[in-house]
Design a protein around this ligand. Sequence first.
Ligand SMILES: NC(=O)c1ccc[n+]([C@@H]2O[C@H](COP(=O)([O-])OP(=O)(O)OC[C@H]3O[C@@H](n4cnc5c(N)ncnc54)[C@H](OP(=O)(O)O)[C@@H]3O)[C@@H](O)[C@H]2O)c1
Length: 205
Amino acid sequence: MNGNFKVPTGKKNVYPPARFRFKCKLAFISDLTIYILAPQPRLFIIAAMSENRVIGRGNRLPWHLPDEWEHFHKATNGKPFIMGRKSFEAPDALHSDYRNVILTSHAPSKPEPGIEYVKDISEALALLSDEDDVFVLGGASVFAQMLPLVQRLYLTIVHAQVEGDAYFPAFDQADWHLLSSEFHDQDDAHAYAFSMNLYVRKSPE
Ligand SMILES: NC(=O)c1ccc[n+]([C@@H]2O[C@H](COP(=O)([O-])OP(=O)(O)OC[C@H]3O[C@@H](n4cnc5c(N)ncnc54)[C@H](OP(=O)(O)O)[C@@H]3O)[C@@H](O)[C@H]2O)c1
């Protein structure tokens, strides 16, 4: 679909200090323009894609990579998730122990505990406005919609050409700093080698 991904070199870097996480919100009251500092969550995508950008096949992952799952759990532990209804219902779906916000136009009338259904992305962000960090879990349609909004990309590249029907959206690597990249080789438990990359969006010039 979108061509092959340029594979990073696998070098390991150090995380920078946490960044200031407030954005300005504008509010207009009468003739006055009031700037209100309001906390906003930082949005992060976490995903794994093959070198030909595949992320799923038949509504499930096309690979089983236990150490990549471990990496996923470490990165997202205790954080809220936003995900599309199909990914949420996938048999191998990963859910937050804390908070799951599901995008759907057909919310069930009796949601389960820890699951919140929203009809669009604005509603999801409003619901999560008091959180510090929120992970966007996919799938393809949600990654495509939310990629422009996220500050970080935890993107694992699975070093294989894989068949599938769901793809990670194309993005310009020039817009992102590669902060770290950890290579994991193929072994008995992992059919493919993979690199766990962390990108941070570059500040506008
Ligand atoms: N490799 C990875 O990192 C990874 C991660 C996650 C998922 N996946 C894969 O991705 C595939 C699923 O992706 P997908 O694109 O088919 O489905 P999806 O994005 O998981 O879910 C799509 C559904 O979410 C709802 N939705 C999406 N955007 C919405 C919006 N703006 N407002 C309201 N509802 C919205 C709609 O639900 P309704 O139809 O209910 O309205 C839509 O049908 C699977 O193969 C899965 O395994 C891979």
